[in-house]
Ligand binder design. Sequence first.
Ligand code: PLP
Length: 310
Amino acid sequence: MFDHEKLKVFFRDKIVDFSEANISIANTGFLYGLAVFTGMRAHYNEEEKKLFLFRPDEHFERFCFSCKLMRYENFLSNFDYDRFLSVVIDLLKANSIQQDTYIRVTNFTDENKVTPKLIGYSDSLSMFLYPLGDYVPTSGMRCKVSSWNRAADNAMPARAKINGLYVNTGFAKTEALLDGYDEAIFLDDQGHVVEGSAENIFLIIDGVLVTPSRSNNILEGITRKSVLEMAGNIGIPVVERNIDRSELYRADEVFLTGTGAKVSPVVEIDKYAIGDGAVGPISKVFQDTYFKAVKGELPEYSHWLVDVYK
Ligand SMILES: Cc1ncc(COP(=O)(O)O)c(C=O)c1O
């Protein structure tokens, strides 16, 4: 573990001390949630003494879409994938990271004005490292279907990782925690299952992996994409479709996926046991495969990884 406030960060256009990376109280991004982000992980393989970044190309692609939606011209015109990746690698090296690390990447509206608009303002990139352990319990969590709906695509698209959207996450997560649960599950306006507060969701029903489709107002998670790729290798059929609330209680297994959450089985939802109330065997296979893949222990997934100190 490290103290992230003692590390170097990337701010605007260079690597500086954490204490030097500050924005004004009048910053427009701060005032209105006008910023976009992604969270990546780098995993340290003790045996090989290697640090592996997980799918930075996918993060870059999704981050660019978020920037496009927010009309962040500085980022889009100044960063291609190679430059983005070199900033991430330089930051990890500047901090001599040799342990599991979470990398928070933000592009924010960098003006001190009070009109919440997306044109005519400058935008800047920032990155810091964080010692994120398990974001949720990984050995069987208890979830609550939230009384808060996921914001609709035509209001605040979940497909982009816009900072302001995470107020919606905050409402759901807080309600779940106050009610004694580990995590919240969002429904949409029609009552279909969308995702966890910061995770995608998968159900196993009669041997089939079922997950909401991309048009169900989800964030298109990179862990979700990885699980769908793993399913092909593991030999489990996949269906992406609308999921009713009651299917959660009927499912044989449920798990959530995300950079923070990793692959985390759910054993109870709204006080209904999922399956027999223990971590299911198929969820365990996905979790084990994921844990090995991110550490570079499975050659078939080595194309997902970037070796930082190579
Ligand atoms: C709302 C939401 N859905 C899903 C995910 C999972 O996405 P990923 O696997 O890319 O981390 C996250 C986390 O980033 C999230 O915030």
